[in-house]
Design a binder for this molecule. Structure first.
Ligand SMILES: [Zn+2]
Ligand SMILES: [Zn+2]
Length: 105
């Protein structure tokens, strides 16, 4: 496969956003794959950040649901199920979000 932007150059990977072939000069490493340098770099980073935030909110929702299940329904089983799931969703995403934010600064 050849690079989409330089037809004479062999591609070293594909853009995770648009699946076009990329050579070393037109590829940007965003930490979890390659994207078109300066073209899909920003949108991919933004999408990733948004995704992390989505997980944080989902985790929060589970934690709140678990608390509500305990407070209103007195359902310990539901709480024991929802709370760890919430924390598991929230913390890796939150950690990723914070570290990514610091690195780009
Ligand atoms: Zn290229
Ligand atoms: Zn691209």
């Amino acid at each position: 496969m050849k690079c989409f932007y330089h037809p004479g150059v062999d591609a070293v990977g594909v853009c995770g956003y648009c699946s076009r072939g990329l050579c070393t000069a037109s590829a940007a490493d965003v930490g979890f794959g390659l994207v078109c340098k300066g073209i899909h770099e920003r949108s991919m980073r933004g999408a990733r950040r948004l995704w992390s935030l989505t997980w944080v909110f989902m985790g929060l929702a589970f934690i709140i649901l678990g608390s509500v299940a305990f407070a209103i329904l007195q359902n310990l089983f539901l709480t024991a199920l929802l709370l760890p799931m919430g924390f598991l969703m929230m913390f890796p995403a939150a950690y990723q979000y914070v570290t990514r934010k610091q690195r780009t600064r």
